[in-house]
Design a protein around this ligand. Structure first.
Ligand code: SF4
Ligand code: SF4
Length: 91
């Protein structure tokens, strides 16, 4: 059966709406950003920080909607979201 309309997020976004950068010196591996991202953009990696924490990482950046929730929820201010394909000046 062919549907005459489709969900807005059915197709992957060609150009990500935002880029997420994770400060490896600040991340403490709590996983909040991974748990609460509505698009499963992030995941916990295997890389350890200099303090011994397992770091979060971007799994599928193309799915990011630039909602900013990860940036808001991170208790360590380790996430930086940029819009319009502009990278932050310090990265
Ligand atoms: S919420 Fe912040 S501190 Fe926690 S895993 Fe994500 S980036 Fe790291
Ligand atoms: S901005 Fe929103 S969609 Fe993008 S990684 Fe953060 S929580 Fe996920």
């Amino acid at each position: 059966m062919k549907l005459w309309r489709a969900p807005f997020d059915q197709d992957p976004t060609a150009e990500p709406l935002g880029y997420v950068f994770i400060d490896k010196d600040r991340c403490k591996g709590c996983g909040y950003c991974v748990e609460y991202c509505p698009r499963d953009v992030l995941e916990m990696g295997t890389e350890l920080s200099s303090k011994g924490y397992k770091l979060a990482k971007v799994k599928d950046g193309a799915r990011c909607l630039a909602c900013g929730f990860c940036e808001l929820i991170c208790p360590e201010f380790a996430l930086k979201l940029t819009l319009n394909n502009k990278k932050p000046v310090n990265n």
